[in-house]
Design a protein around this ligand. Structure first.
Ligand code: MIG
Length: 632
């Protein structure tokens, strides 16, 4: 059952599509009240209760014992100490002494104190005067998720080829660099479907332009790659370069499509191209305009995009930078004491993504000026909605789209990736833990940067990361500027990498079926073990394994210098070790086992009486014979 409680006149976020009568928030059956102008409510947790949800967030599948904040943030350090990442996924649920879910439909900041201040209490603070809160009750956590998901609508299904393996880097600077990647994979006979274009394919980082120097004859180039079965996926950033004569900027100015300052001038901040204006994605007309701009690249044969920097990320606001420079100029020649020195240092260090700059942004929504803080968490989602709605209308389901920032609702038109992780072993597990949480919030097409984005990767890390990535709908290896190469052919011994990626291609028909089923039935692809074995204490506490679809369990290796890992089987299962076209199989009894997993193997645990279809691998998804299946 779903009930909806309303305070004030909330902005329509487009998250929930099921029409429901709103009750007054006064009837909300939780301890609640207004504190400091914010709405607060709380529920108690028994010792063994589990709290799930919050989608893309740090820490465990069980969110207890930390404080989280929904405030889309460009933060490349995904450590335990953080409260916010790029997304705002305001769905949380309790499983144990009760079974219910809560969705706070409010695009302003929301704080989730899940037993941080008071161990046995979850306290939720909504930093707004108008919102809807949904209360979902059902008999089991999986039912709560299904019920919630049916209210927010079916999840995005990408084109089939988007289940192939994808290679990215910031950046493959030009056509030669892209060709080297394709050649590298083809020569090593490792499957590949997509190569990514990061910001350097553009002219001076301007959206919807292509550098003639880097990619001469882009349209022909795209179609030549297409013939080879390779999709090129360009990045689109939120900021639009301030430059007279640049069509997008000029049109935005002429039509008033950019975000404003309080006094009505265009809000300006620095990102990659230097000073930028920011499309007012909250304004439906501006959204339609921006969405139609993707056509420039689609007409060149492009059929996939990733939307970046749409929290929005701000390196500096022009106002903030000028003030900082004034302070520095003032300090020149002075004998700065410790306080004085650190003040100047902090002023510059604090220029990026300042809340005070966000507060100075204004949107025009239905003719009304709305402060950015009231809708901050919708900015990226609306950028993606702009593209998604345009694609749905004009290209029905043929375009791959995923975004960095997101809000529930965006799951209907796009996927997400989990942003700038690190080449750290701990981030394999973080990737795993986000998967069921993202699924609860409707995001099915998702994945992390395999191999890790920041820092240098090692061969074993990339292999282990990929062995988890075999199961994630978005299977993309991506890394940052200046880091060590981490393409599958970069480390020597490419055979091991082929063995892993071929397993993915063998599983694609099966994974695609699970994916479409989950979208169709508002279900999860990945579930915590506790969803399936609620009475089993070890399963309930398991944070390193996941149920996959209705037949399988996965348990990737996530530590360095180990020959395998300990796995808990909540029932008798068959262990498959998949490697290239090899399948090793062993029956295992319920209980704890240490299993050996070589660097070129993918372990998969199959429940009794289930069969797993495999096809022959191919170098491209288009060459897969998806109707010639063998069953294990
Ligand atoms: O400030 O476009 O998360 O995937 O490679 C960094 C460059 C901007 C952040 C994205 C990352 C991408 C990078 N971008």
């Amino acid at each position: 059952m779903i009930r909806k409680f309303r305070l004030g006149h909330p902005y329509d976020t487009n998250a929930v599509i099921l029409p429901l009568e709103a009750e007054s928030v006064e009837d909300f059956p939780f301890k609640s009240g207004i504190n400091d102008g914010c709405f607060e409510f709380s529920f108690f947790m028994q010792k063994d209760d589990i709290v799930y949800g919050l989608g893309e967030a740090v820490r465990g599948i069980n969110k207890r014992g930390w404080i989280y904040e929904s405030y889309c943030s460009d933060d490349p350090f995904h450590t335990e100490s953080k409260r916010s990442l790029y997304a705002a996924h305001n769905f949380i649920m309790l499983d144990g002494s009760g079974c219910f879910g809560i969705f706070v439909d409010c695009p302003a900041r929301v704080r989730w104190d899940v037993g941080y201040t008071q161990t046995a209490e979850t306290k939720i603070t909504v930093f707004a005067q108008a919102f809807d809160i949904y209360l979902i009750t059902a008999d089991s956590p999986r039912e709560v998720v299904r019920e919630f998901r049916s209210a927010i609508g079916k999840s995005y299904v990408p084109p089939f080829w988007a289940f192939g393996y994808q290679q990215s880097r910031w950046s493959y600077h030009n056509a030669e660099a892209v060709d080297r990647v394709v050649r590298g994979y083809d020569e090593a006979k490792i499957p590949l479907d997509c190569v990514y274009l990061d910001i350097d394919y553009m002219q001076s980082f301007k959206d919807f332009t292509v550098s003639e120097n880097a990619f001469p004859g882009f349209k022909e180039y795209v179609s030549a790659k297409k013939e080879q079965g390779i999709h090129l996926i360009p990045i689109i950033d939120a900021g639009i370069k301030k430059e007279e004569g640049y069509e997008i900027y000029d049109e935005g100015i002429k039509n008033g499509y950019f975000c404003k300052n309080a006094e009505g001038s265009v809000f300006e901040a620095g990102v990659w191209p230097g000073v930028c204006a920011f499309p007012d994605f909250l304004n439906p007309e501006a959204r339609r305009w921006f969405g139609s701009k993707y056509r420039y690249l689609i007409d060149m044969g492009i059929d996939g995009f990733w939307n970046d920097m749409n929290e929005p990320a701000l390196f500096y606001s022009v106002k903030g930078l000028n003030a900082a420079i004034d302070e520095a100029v003032n300090a020149k020649g002075k004998n700065l004491d410790l306080g004085g020195f650190f003040h100047i240092k902090d002023v510059f260090a604090g220029l990026s993504n300042r809340r005070e700059d966000y507060s100075s942004i204004w949107h025009s929504i239905d003719g009304k000026m709305v402060n950015h803080q009231e809708v901050h968490n919708l900015y990226g989602a609306c950028m993606t909605r702009a593209a998604g709605e345009y694609f749905a209308e004009n290209y029905g389901g043929k375009i791959l789209m995923f975004s960095r920032a997101s809000y529930i609702g965006a799951h209907r038109t796009a996927g997400i990736w989990f942003g700038d992780n690190h080449s750290w072993w701990s981030h394999i597990l973080l990737n795993l833990k986000m998967l069921p949480s993202a699924n609860m919030c409707g995001f099915l097409y998702c994945g992390a940067d395999l191999g890790g984005f920041n820092d240098n990767a090692t061969r074993d890390l990339v292999l282990r990361f990929l062995a988890l990535g075999v199961f994630t709908p978005l299977m993309r290896n991506h890394s940052a500027l200046g880091t060590r190469d981490q393409e599958c052919y970069s480390f020597g011994g490419a055979d091991d990498f082929r063995d892993i990626i071929e397993v993915r291609y063998r599983l694609i028909p099966y994974l695609y079926k699970i994916f479409c089923g989950a979208s169709e039935n508002n279900d999860l692809i990945f579930r915590p073990l506790s969803f399936d074995y609620p009475g089993d204490k070890i399963a309930r506490e398991c944070e390193t394994q996941l149920m996959l679809g209705d037949d399988c369990m996965i348990a990737p290796v996530y530590e360095q210098n180990v020959s395998g890992r300990t796995v808990y089987l909540p029932e008798d299962m068959r262990l498959l070790k998949l490697s290239g076209t090899r399948v090793e199989s062993a029956e295992l009894k319920k209980g704890i086992h240490y299993i050996d997993v070589a660097l070129n193997e993918v372990p998969l645990f199959v429940k009794k009486g289930k069969k797993i279809p495999l096809c022959q691998p191919a170098l491209r998804t288009r060459d897969l014979k998806t109707d010639e299946l063998e069953f294990v």
